[in-house]
Design a protein around this ligand. Structure first.
Ligand SMILES: C[S@@+](CC[C@H](N)C(=O)[O-])C[C@H]1O[C@@H](n2cnc3c(N)ncnc32)[C@H](O)[C@@H]1O
Length: 286
């Protein structure tokens, strides 16, 4: 079988098994097994594959057809230009969250330090999961003291592993905490991509999303409970002029903007993600 024939056969198998973007999935898996970049497959379409090359692909294709996420099969995911290990210990990072990091970095860089501010600016990432937000921010903003918390010990294990692989273990302090309960001090930025799916919405989730840990997805009857709880805690934990940056679920912005206003946040603004959904909320305090 040639590379092209194998891609065509795998694509057809994925189509039959309702895998979204079947050709792209086939290319990613084959490139992974052959140790090539996806684009390099195009230069080898006519090459015959041998049995040792094909064998590992079979089980991966079967598992993908059964709904296992591509990222778990490959074991890594690219986020903000860095490669992160990705497995069932934490949620698979989503592309929207890269936008949150980019928006936050540009806002943070625009905002000049006031003369009365101490030299160490502090940020905390609440619900860090695999550590993608905290580690990407730490890479972009080397002068910032970064703390990252999660309620899940499994997620923290993965986040610490990622920090080590990226040679940033000394750049981010990871600790277990229910929201900000175990975190001391105040911050210039509090960022969070907390679970925002309601328990009723669970049945609408794709089989791939259901591979994410429940603690990373579900937040209660409305879906905005954890974010609201965080908003209630953060006003006393932000330094004057400090910023809260949130990723939120579809249709949650009005309620959460009202919750921010009620807590006397100012400069509240929303941003859409690339698909046009209002996905991010920013606000300042003090
Ligand atoms: C939607 S995932 C986001 C993970 C990561 N920040 C990302 O963007 O890929 C939410 C994370 O919040 C964590 N979490 C859930 N409830 C929490 C709580 N009460 N306190 C702290 N973290 C929590 C979950 O374990 C999970 O890792």
């Amino acid at each position: 079988m040639t590379v092209l024939e194998l891609l065509q056969a795998t694509t057809a198998y994925f189509k039959k098994h309702n895998v979204e973007n079947p050709r792209l999935n086939a290319e990613h898996l084959l490139a992974h097994v052959l140790g090539r970049k996806r684009i390099e497959l195009y230069l080898e379409f006519e090459r015959q594959l041998n049995e040792p090359e094909l064998a590992p692909l079979r089980s991966l294709v079967k598992r993908r057809g059964e709904g296992e996420p591509l990222q778990h099969l490959i074991g890594t995911v690219e986020f903000c230009g860095h490669i992160f290990v990705c497995d069932k210990r934490a949620m698979i990072p989503r592309p929207e969250t890269e936008e949150l990091v980019q928006l936050l970095v540009s806002n943070f860089k625009k905002c000049q330090r006031r003369p009365d501010q101490s030299s160490h600016r502090r940020m905390v990432d609440v619900g860090t999961g695999s550590g993608v937000i905290a580690l990407s921010l730490a890479a972009e903003l080397p002068e910032v003291d970064m703390v990252a918390v999660d309620i899940s010990e499994d997620a923290l294990g993965l986040a610490r592993e990622n920090a080590q692989r990226l040679l940033m273990a000394d750049r981010v302090r990871f600790l277990r905490s229910n929201l900000l309960e175990n975190v001391e001090g105040s911050f210039d930025v509090i960022v969070a991509n907390l679970p925002y799916i309601s328990t009723q919405e669970r049945q609408t989730l794709s089989r791939e999303v259901l591979h994410d840990p429940e603690v990373a997805l579900l937040a209660g009857g409305c879906g905005n409970e954890l974010v609201r709880e965080l908003i209630a805690q953060t006003s006393s934990r932000l330094r004057p002029g400090g910023m809260l940056a949130l990723e939120i679920g579809i249709g949650q912005s009005d309620t959460l903007v009202a919750a921010l206003a009620e807590k006397n946040y100012r400069d509240i603004w929303m941003e859409k993600d690339y698909s046009g959904v209002t996905r991010f909320l920013f606000a300042r305090y003090g």
